[in-house]
Design a protein around this ligand. Structure first.
Ligand SMILES: Cc1cc2nc3c(=O)[nH]c(=O)nc-3n(C[C@H](O)[C@H](O)[C@H](O)COP(=O)(O)O)c2cc1C
Length: 154
């Protein structure tokens, strides 16, 4: 009997959408928005920024977290496994709610930020950002960078 040299046939698994996240990837970007959870005092945000700043420095993550008194928007950039693990903790954190993930994917382009910072954004500017078309990730990231540059960062 002759051996066949056909390529393996496509299975339904080949057509499955890729799992979200960056396992095994050298660089990853994670961008999301959320709201301060009901009954959480705004004062938790100060503690959160201090905690995140320290942790992100240790983990070698870059990016920024903005808060306008009600909404959060955060970009995290770094090694895939590190970003994935933190994304899971953030999504399970009861201090915020309604986490909407805009981007969580490997990205070979250089990081947008050279460190991590947190700060306050004008509600109107943050609303304009949230109203942007989410499928154009390059524009979304450009707009996020501008939003951070125009905000009061620490
Ligand atoms: C809006 C928001 C943003 C956060 N951002 C970060 C962050 O950038 N880095 C970080 O280490 N923790 C961040 N946290 C806290 C994490 O959810 C989590 O509490 C922290 O990683 C400690 O997790 P552990 O107690 O399981 O070690 C954030 C939490 C919220 C609610």
């Amino acid at each position: 009997m002759e051996a066949t040299s056909e390529a393996p046939s496509q299975t339904v698994l080949d057509a499955a959408p890729p799992a979200r996240g960056c396992a095994g990837q050298a660089t990853c970007r994670y961008l999301y928005a959320s709201r301060l959870a009901p009954r959480q005092p705004v004062t938790v945000v100060g503690a959160l920024l201090t905690q995140a700043r320290e942790r992100n420095r240790q983990l070698g993550l870059t990016g920024a977290l903005l808060f306008d008194g009600e909404h959060f928007v955060q970009l995290l950039e770094g090694p895939g496994e590190v970003v994935d693990a933190l994304a899971r903790r953030i999504e399970a954190d009861a201090r915020h709610a309604g986490v909407a993930v805009f981007l969580h994917a490997a990205d070979a382009r250089p990081p947008l930020f050279d460190g991590w910072s947190g700060g306050w954004a004008e509600p109107e500017a943050l609303q304009d950002f949230l109203a942007l078309e989410r499928s154009d990730t390059t524009r979304l990231l450009d707009a996020f960078k501008k939003l951070v540059e125009g905000s009061d960062m620490q």
